[in-house]
Design a protein around this ligand. Structure first.
Ligand code: ZN
Ligand code: ZN
Length: 618
C-alpha cells in the first residue's frame, strides 16, 4: 500500500454493527412452538445454536435459537417444555442474554451453574416426550439429552420434522454461494494426494463421512461463501476405503470449471442423495467412521437402522489440516505481511486521531477494515472485529453494536481482528493507550506481554502439549496473583476457519504441538468495568535445534508483524532476554513492513519501534 487514506471508508462490507434482537418476539414464537409440539405429540423440544454442520458461523436460516429466544450469541441452548422454558448460555453471554431475551417467557441460566441436561432432568414431566432434531445434534449430544430425559422418567424422541421450522414461516433459504478452487500454489497438495492419505487413516472402517465443511474444503481444495467470515461451502463427502469419494454438494454451487476439477477426483451428487448412500452402507453391513464433533445423530441412526455399524471418533482430517505444508506457510507469511502493513497504517492513523476525542469504537473498526481492504486480496474479515475502549476492553468477546458504541477517550483501547485472504488467515490483537497510562495498566500490560513472549520464544521437546505451553503465558500474571479466563491460543486455518483444532494452548490442550501447526498466542488481563489488555500474534511451530540438544525440539516462528505499544510497557520489569526478543521483533517489523507503508505511517513505525536497549542505556 502506498497511499495513506486520509479518511478511511465509512461503509463496512464485512461487519454489521446492528443489534436486531427484539425480546418482544419471544413469547408469541414460544406459544406457536408449543402449539406445534402438541400437534406433533411432543411435550418439549430442545433447540441448540448449531446448524446441521455444528458450525461456529451458521446461515441465517439456521439461526433457530435467535429466532425463538432473541439471543444472538454464538453458543447457547434453549429447552421449551409445556409449562416452562429456559435459555442456557456461558459466562461470555450472560449480559447479552439479559438484554436480548424476554425473561417472562424464558428463564435464563449460566451453563456453569445449570446445564440444559440438569434442567431437563429436573423439569421434564414423567412420561413426557421430549423432541430433538437429529440433524442438529451429534450422537454424543443426543446421548446426554437422552440420559437427562430418562432421569425425569421422560423419553427423548427424534423429531425429523423440526417443529420450530414449521413455525418459522419466513425462514431464509439455504445459502448457495458459488464454490471456487483453492489454487495449488496456496494449497500445496492436490486432492488426490490428500484423499490417499485420509484413506490410510480409516483403520477398520469401510468408509469415512466427511461431515465438517472445513475438512471438506481442505480435502478437495475447495472454498465457498455459505457462511460469514469462513470461506466454506456447506456439504459433505463419503470417502470409501476403495474407489472414488462422493461429494454431496448442491449442483447450483458448482460453476463449470469447479465441476470439472472436482469431477476428476470425486463423484458428484445432490445432498439429498446422502441418505440413500448411508442406508446402502448399512444394508451391506459396513462400518462407517463418523466425526464425533460434527456428524449428525440422524446419520448414525440411518446406518445402524439399515444393519451397519458406526465408529464415532476423531476426524482424521483435522490433524492433517492442522499441519500446514510449505506452500500454506509461505501463503501465511505473505498474508501476514500485507495484514501487518494494514494494521500499522491503522495504528498510525489511530495514534493521530484518537487523542482528538472524536473517534468511536465503530469508527475505529471501520478504519481497520478499510486499511485491510486497501492492503489487497481481502475476501472477508476472519471474524467481526473486537473494537473495545475502556470497560468494553475488559469483555474478552465484546462485539460493538450501534447501541453499545462508545466514544474513545483517555484510556486503553483494544482491537482484535483478522482477515481472510486467499493465501492465508490472520488474527491479531493490539492494546494501545490514549493519553498517559496508569501504573496499574503498565504493570498488567507488561506481564501480559511477558507471557506472550514466553510462548513465542519457547523451545520445547517434541510431544509437548498445548496445556503445558499455556502455563508459560500465565506465569508472569500468576506471580502477581492474576490470571485470565480464556485459553492462551487456538489453531488457525489456511484461508479457512480462524478457530481450528485439534491443537489448543489451553486447559483442554491435550494435543501435542507439531511442526507446521499455526496457533495464536494471546494472553490477556481483564479488570471488569475498568480496562482490558490482550497481546496476540499468530505463531507457526517449526523444528528447533538448541546447542547440545539431546531430544528433537520445536519452537515458533512469529507470523504477525505489528508493533506492541511500548508506552504501556514498564521495561524495567523485563529480563535481558525479553528485551532482546522485543527489540529483534520490532526491528523485523520495521524491516519487513516498513517498505510497504505510506510515508507518515513509516515515520510513525520508526518512532514506535525505537530499540528499548538503547532507551534504557540513555
Ligand atoms: Zn484475535
Ligand atoms: Zn485469536
Amino acid at each position: 500500500m502506498s497511499q495513506h487514506p486520509a479518511a478511511p471508508p465509512r461503509a463496512s462490507k464485512f461487519q454489521s454493527f446492528a443489534d436486531t434482537a427484539d425480546p418482544a418476539q419471544g413469547p408469541p414464537r414460544l406459544a406457536a412452538l408449543r402449539a406445534r409440539l402438541a400437534a406433533q405429540g411432543l411435550d418439549g423440544f430442545v433447540v441448540g445454536r448449531a446448524d446441521e454442520y455444528q458450525g461456529e458461523y451458521v446461515p441465517a436460516g439456521a439461526e433457530r435459537l435467535a429466532w425463538l429466544t432473541g439471543f444472538g450469541g454464538s453458543a447457547g441452548t434453549a429447552v421449551a417444555l409445556g409449562h416452562a422454558a429456559a435459555l442456557f448460555v456461558d459466562g461470555r453471554y450472560v449480559e447479552q442474554a439479559a438484554a436480548q431475551v424476554d425473561t417472562r417467557a424464558f428463564e435464563r441460566h449460566n451453563v456453569a451453574a445449570t446445564t440444559p441436561e440438569a434442567w431437563l432432568a429436573a423439569n421434564a414431566k414423567a412420561g413426557g416426550r421430549i423432541g430433538y432434531d437429529p440433524m442438529l445434534f451429534t450422537p454424543g449430544q443426543r446421548d446426554r439429552l437422552r440420559a437427562a430425559a430418562q432421569k425425569a422418567g421422560a423419553s427423548l424422541v427424534a423429531a425429523p420434522d423440526n417443529p420450530l421450522d414449521a413455525c418459522w414461516t419466513d425462514r431464509p433459504a439455504p445459502p448457495a454461494a458459488p464454490i471456487w478452487m483453492h489454487p495449488a500454489k496456496f494449497a500445496g497438495e492436490g486432492a488426490a494426494s490428500k484423499i490417499a492419505r485420509v484413506r490410510k487413516a480409516l483403520g477398520e472402517a469401510d468408509a469415512l463421512l466427511v461431515s465438517d465443511p472445513h475438512g471438506l474444503a481442505w480435502l478437495f481444495n475447495l472454498r465457498g461463501g455459505d457462511v460469514a467470515h469462513t470461506p466454506i461451502a456447506l456439504g459433505r463427502a463419503l470417502l470409501p476405503k476403495f474407489g472414488k469419494p462422493t461429494l454431496f454438494m448442491a449442483r447450483e454451487k458448482l460453476p463449470a470449471p469447479v465441476l470439472r476439477a472436482l469431477g476428476r477426483v470425486a463423484h458428484l451428487a445432490e445432498p439429498a442423495e446422502l441418505a440413500e448412500a448411508l442406508a446402502r452402507l448399512g444394508r451391506d453391513g459396513r462400518t462407517l467412521k463418523l466425526d464425533a464433533a460434527t456428524a449428525p445423530a440422524a446419520f448414525a441412526e440411518a446406518v445402524e437402522a439399515a444393519g451397519g455399524k458406526v465408529d464415532v471418533g476423531a476426524d482424521p482430517i483435522a490433524a492433517m489440516k492442522a499441519r500446514k505444508n510449505a506452500a500454506e506457510l509461505a501463503g501465511a507469511r505473505a498474508a501476514h505481511l500485507r495484514d501487518g502493513a494494514a494494521l500499522c497504517e491503522f495504528l498510525a492513523w489511530f495514534d493521530a486521531e484518537a487523542p482528538k476525542g472524536r473517534l468511536t469504537e465503530i469508527d475505529a473498526a471501520l478504519a481497520l477494515e478499510g486499511f485491510r481492504v486497501a492492503a489487497g486480496g481481502l475476501r472477508d474479515l476472519s471474524f467481526p472485529s473486537i473494537s473495545a475502549f475502556g470497560p468494553h476492553a475488559a469483555i474478552p468477546h465484546y462485539r460493538v453494536t450501534e447501541r453499545s458504541n462508545l466514544r474513545i477517550g483517555r484510556g486503553v483501547y483494544l482491537i482484535d481482528g483478522g482477515g481472510q485472504y486467499e493465501d492465508g488467515t490472520t488474527d491479531v490483537t493490539r492494546t494501545v493507550t490514549v493519553g498517559k497510562p496508569t501504573r496499574e495498566m503498565r504493570d498488567r500490560f507488561t506481564r501480559v506481554l511477558q507471557g506472550h513472549v514466553a510462548v513465542a520464544a519457547a523451545t520445547f521437546p517434541a510431544g509437548t502439549t498445548g496445556v503445558q505451553l499455556d502455563a508459560l503465558a500465565r506465569r508472569p500474571l500468576w506471580e502477581a496473583g492474576l490470571d485470565f479466563d480464556h485459553g492462551t491460543g487456538h489453531g488457525v486455518g489456511s484461508c479457512l476457519s480462524v478457530h481450528e483444532g485439534p491443537q489448543s494452548l489451553s486447559k483442554r490442550g491435550a494435543v501435542a504441538i507439531e511442526a507446521g501447526m499455526v496457533v495464536s498466542d494471546e494472553p490477556g488481563y481483564y479488570k471488569p468495568g475498568a480496562f482490558g489488555i490482550r497481546c496476540e500474534n499468530l505463531l507457526a511451530a517449526r523444528e528447533a535445534k538448541p546447542a547440545g540438544a539431546e531430544r528433537a525440539c520445536l519452537g515458533f516462528e512469529t507470523l504477525t508483524l505489528a508493533p506492541f505499544d511500548l508506552r504501556l510497557l514498564d521495561a524495567s520489569m523485563l529480563t535481558r532476554a525479553e528485551l532482546r526478543w522485543l527489540d529483534a521483533y520490532h526491528a523485523r517489523v520495521r524491516r519487513e513492513v516498513g517498505p510497504l507503508l505510506s510515508k507518515p505511517a513509516r515515520r510513525w513505525l520508526a518512532a514506535a519501534t525505537a530499540p528499548l536497549s538503547r532507551r534504557r542505556r540513555a
